[in-house]
Design a protein around this ligand. Sequence first.
Ligand SMILES: [Zn+2]
Length: 135
Amino acid sequence: MLSDFKNFLLKTNALALAIGVIIGATTGKVVSAIVDDLIMPPIALVMPPGDWRQAQIELSKAKDADGKVTVNAIKYGHFAGATIDFVIIAFVVYVVSNKLLPREKPAETKTCNECLETIPKAATRCKFCTTQLFA
Ligand SMILES: [Zn+2]
């Protein structure tokens, strides 16, 4: 029973997935800190003054028995803010992943003189026509 559970955790990559989720959540906090603390303040200088994220077109207003007011509105300020946040966060993720993740170089190849197939550059014999190749 216990070894079955251990096998389940290891063979279904459940632990790896859990680690990925935890790392992802932590990375998300770092990215939002980069955006909120480092990138948004300079951008706020060129944004229109005032709380533009609260901008909305009010469609109707209702007051319930307790006196609580419910506003039905098109909240275009919130929508625009979420869109701008997404673009900035996506750009930061793009830049960070570009800098941190290694680029995979394409394998070096050459063309066989006999059959014109593409083969590894270091090959001494063609894998397609078995011609001996000389450097
Ligand atoms: Zn060949």
